[in-house]
Design a protein around this ligand. Structure first.
Ligand SMILES: [Mn+2]
Length: 329
């Protein structure tokens, strides 16, 4: 797929990603928008996303042009592109996709069946940013586009440590840094640096985490009372499950926090065995084999405990099945 062919003759193009945008989603939206604005100068290209965390806003070129709401009187788009997401997860911009003349969907989540008139889904791609690089014309890439896409690759590969990192991912990253942006500070600010509140919430989560399944699973849940007492919000828990996974002997980390009363967000990471996308799908969630999430609606503590039991039973079953496989050689 080449995006310029797909959207040729379009005069108004809209782009969005998923709710609670991360580096890949925001980097892909901005990178693609910067390219389209350059390649199709007479065309209006708008980006719709929820407000970005500060580190992403500061490090993704083009982020200052993101619209956080639909301006009054916005007309139908000739083409509307959803990146790194399915339509249901896009949030406030979804009606713009539904009403667009041409609907395009580009995503690397293997659970996405593909939506719209033209879709490009590659579950093996490290990131949607890697796929965006594929669909744009490489000779038009500049330092800003390169940096936006680099942010997404760094985010979704955990700075090239996750198993979704391919040789082609490294080659592309090498190509992107040749445009000369300050990749050292990009990596630090986008991936490793935490806000004070994030550091605090990480500390609390790690202190409360419990080992299960002979130490192969690390589990932590925080209820809304605890979270509001500290004044934390969802973004303050970014990276907790990934950090939990770095504990010796752990193959699966499950971090669940109650975002608002009765609504629990589960974030899961795994090392080599557990397919957390499968476990997340039990509650209508999804993601990748090694990183996935879902939302659990449970009004009472008992309801939540029951739901958590179902999730953990699936993880235990997968670990058990792997053990059997080992025994059989
Ligand atoms: Mn992604």
């Amino acid at each position: 797929m080449k995006i310029l062919e797909t959207v040729k003759n379009c005069k108004r193009i809209g782009i969005t990603g998923h709710k609670n945008p991360d580096g890949d989603c925001a980097g892909a939206c901005c990178g693609l928008a910067l390219f389209l604005r350059k390649a199709m100068p007479g065309v209006q290209t708008d980006i719709y996303l929820e407000p970005l965390p500060e580190a992403l806003f500061e490090n993704i070129p083009g982020a200052e042009t993101i619209l956080n709401e639909i301006p009054a009187g916005t007309e139908q788009y000739d083409a509307f592109i959803i990146l790194d997401s399915i339509p249901e997860r896009t949030g406030f911009a979804e009606p713009l996709f539904e009403s667009a003349a041409l609907k395009v969907n580009i995503d690397h989540h293997k659970t996405n069946p593909g939506h719209g008139d033209v879709s490009y889904v590659d579950g093996n791609a490290s990131s949607t940013c890697e796929m965006v690089y594929d669909v744009i014309d490489s000779e038009m890439v500049d330092r800003k586009i390169a940096q936006a896409l680099y942010v997404g690759i760094v985010t979704d590969t955990g700075v090239f440590q996750y198993s979704n990192t391919r040789e082609s991912t490294m080659r592309l990253a090498g190509n992107l840094i040749s445009y000369g942006f300050d990749f050292t500070s990009v990596i630090r600010e986008v991936f490793f640096e935490r806000t004070y509140m994030q550091a605090k919430m990480l500390g609390i989560s790690l202190a409360r985490a419990e080992r299960m399944m002979d130490g192969a699973c690390l589990f932590c849940s925080l209820d809304n009372g605890t979270i509001t007492r500290y004044g934390a919000t969802r973004q303050d828990f970014e990276g907790v499950s990934a950090q939990m996974l770095l504990t010796e002997g752990v193959d699966c980390a499950v971090f669940i926090h109650e975002t608002k009363p009765g609504e629990w967000r589960a974030s899961m990471r795994s090392g080599n065995i557990v397919d957390v996308a499968r476990s997340a799908s039990l509650f209508g969630g999804g993601g990748h084999t090694r990183a996935a999430g879902c939302t659990i609606y449970a009004g009472t503590g008992t309801e939540f405990a029951e739901a958590a039991k179902i999730l953990l039973a699936d993880i235990a079953a997968q670990l058990e099945a792997d053990k059997d496989k080992d025994l059989k050689g």
